[in-house]
Design a protein. Structure first.
Lengths: 300, 229
């Protein structure tokens, strides 16, 4: 016992206090960031970066794979990849560097749906457009490939319908924020995302997973509605689920008019509520003051 | 409504058993509607999603809301039938000075009453129903009908979108929400204060539950009606 005691250094109260404060700050920092926060901190724009957390990878759906199964022999153009001599390499978006066509070797149906869908169409348009135009676009406006929506390293398997659906709000919402916000304001979003009702529609239930249709086509929209509402007619498909003009084409005057009408009624109703409630709250409050005043005066 | 039976010289019947029953039923229905409705509207808040979880999820919340809606609107239907009975069989007046029908006098009463708030004037000699009681009644009566209509739009959107363009469902949604906010903000605060919580009546005015009121209260609150008897 004694030799050990000799080696133990006595901490001064001041050092203890500083130590405790540092520990507190560290705990607060990690609690605030959380495991997802840390990932976001090292990967700007929420894009998957070049660094892989092998612990989380091992727990993911692809966790039993070896790197080469998806990344090949890591040789591109005769040089080993990544090229540590090239300073620009780590600044590039990892997603854009990855050959997403490799996913089809295991996920054929999804890959084919993607090719038929709106995101692949946007990608094709991007490839025919000039490179200079593409450079100007922010990352959230560029056409997504597999890795933009699915995390190859961290996505978990066997998630429930509601768990997947809840993730969609942030995944789809990363590029379509107005649509995510209006969805959460709609009955579908509240029942499905907030209350976890598995019978309510998540993003892909209407827009189709991998097809990702805009549903601007009226027939497509009606078909989407009828999957859950078999009695739906053309008029029903015109119910506005996303009352926003974000990303709406200029010539879609019909929806623009509907969204404008909804906004006007919202503003008028807000004014009515504020005026009526304001008047009667004031009325009640002053009345209370008057009666209190009379009561107190009587007791004098 | 003017039929004022005298039980004893000092006690007056202000509300019939049917009116008292309807008031209790509407209280339950309205509160149930508010709780279940706002649990959906604010379902991103823990208290709302917690309540929804307690009743068994979004589908149960929706059916409970409809259950309370049927109770509440059932009261409106019974009340309308009673109004016809009162008018046609009992030969009562539903537009006279002792009725709930709005009159120009109510606006004068309101300004005079507000003058009293600031100590400038005396309280008006109110008839059977004061202007704020009329507002309480008419706002709820009209509100329940519009809420019922917009609620039906949201209950059967497939049917109503065959009659009207789809965005009318959205408009019904907006109207349903803002009217709900208006109704809850008025009933749970203004109505409670003006009938129960102000010093004159604190803590509770039992008249709506027992139906009875005293001569003293009548002289104080409804002198105009007392004169007409």
């Amino acid at each position: 016992m004694k030799p050990l005691m000799v080696k133990t250094k006595k901490w001064l109260p001041e050092q203890k206090r500083i130590g405790r404060r540092l520990l507190f700050c560290l705990m607060l920092f990690t609690a605030l960031l959380g495991p997802q926060g840390l990932e976001a901190a090292i990967t700007p724009d929420g894009q998957p970066g070049w660094f892989v957390d092998m612990g989380r990878f091992a727990a993911s759906a692809h966790g039993t794979f070896s790197c080469e199964q998806c990344h090949g022999d890591m040789k591109q153009g005769g040089t080993m990849h990544p090229d540590s001599e090239n300073p620009a390499f780590l600044k590039a978006y990892a997603n854009r560097e990855y050959n997403y066509q490799r996913c089809q070797s295991c996920h054929k149906p999804s890959y084919e749906q993607y090719l038929e869908g709106a995101h692949a169409k946007a990608l094709k348009k991007e490839q025919t457009d000039s490179l200079a135009k593409l450079e100007q676009l922010p990352e959230s406006k560029k056409a997504p490939t597999c890795g933009n929506c699915h995390s190859g390293h961290y996505a978990k398997a066997h998630l429930s319908r509601v768990e997947i659906g809840r993730k969609m709000v942030s995944v789809c919402g990363a590029c379509h924020p107005a649509q995510a916000a209006t969805y959460l304001d709609d009955y579908h979003g509240k029942a499905a995302v907030n209350l976890g009702d598995k019978n309510a529609a998540f993003c892909t239930d209407c827009h189709g997973a991998h097809h990702c249709l805009s549903l601007k086509d009226k027939k497509e929209a009606l078909a989407a509605c009828q999957r859950c509402h078999p009695e739906a007619t053309e008029g029903f498909a015109q119910v506005v689920i996303h009352p926003t003009i974000q990303d709406l084409p200029e010539d879609d005057t019909e929806k623009r008019t509907h969204v404008a009408l909804i906004r006007i009624v919202t503003v008028l109703m807000s004014i009515l509520v504020i005026l009526v409630v304001g008047f009667f709250y004031g009325h009640s409050f002053i009345w209370l003051l008057r009666e209190l005043h009379e009561k107190l005066r009587k007791h004098k | 409504m003017s039929a004022m039976e005298k039980q004893s010289p000092e006690t007056f019947v202000r509300f019939s058993p049917l009116q008292r029953l309807l008031h209790v039923a509407v209280m339950i229905g309205f509160t149930g509607l508010a709780v279940t409705g706002f649990s959906l509207k604010f379902s991103d808040q823990w208290w709302a999603s917690g309540f929804a979880w307690l009743v068994g999820g979004a589908a149960h919340l929706a059916w409970l809301h409809r259950f309370f809606a049927v109770i509440t609107y059932g009261c409106v239907v019974v009340h309308i039938i009673w109004l016809f009975y009162f008018k046609l069989v009992l030969k009562g007046s539903i537009t006279g000075p002792q009725s709930l029908f709005p009159r120009v006098q109510d606006i004068r009463d309101m300004f005079q009453h507000m003058g009293y708030f600031f100590g400038k004037r005396r309280t008006p000699r109110f008839n059977r129903f004061t202007y704020w009681e009329k507002f309480d009644y008419l706002a709820l009566f009209l509100g329940m009908n519009t809420m019922g209509l917009t609620g039906l739009f949201l209950w059967f959107p497939e049917f109503f979108s065959t009659l009207l363009p789809g965005y009318f469902i959205n408009l019904a949604q907006v109207l349903h929400l803002y009217e709900a906010i208006l109704a809850v903000a008025l009933k749970f605060v203004v109505h409670l204060i003006s009938t129960h919580l102000r010093p004159e009546t604190f803590p509770v005015d039992k008249t709506i539950f027992t139906g009875k009121t005293t001569r003293e209260k009548m002289m104080h609150e409804h002198p105009g009606e007392l004169d007409s008897l």
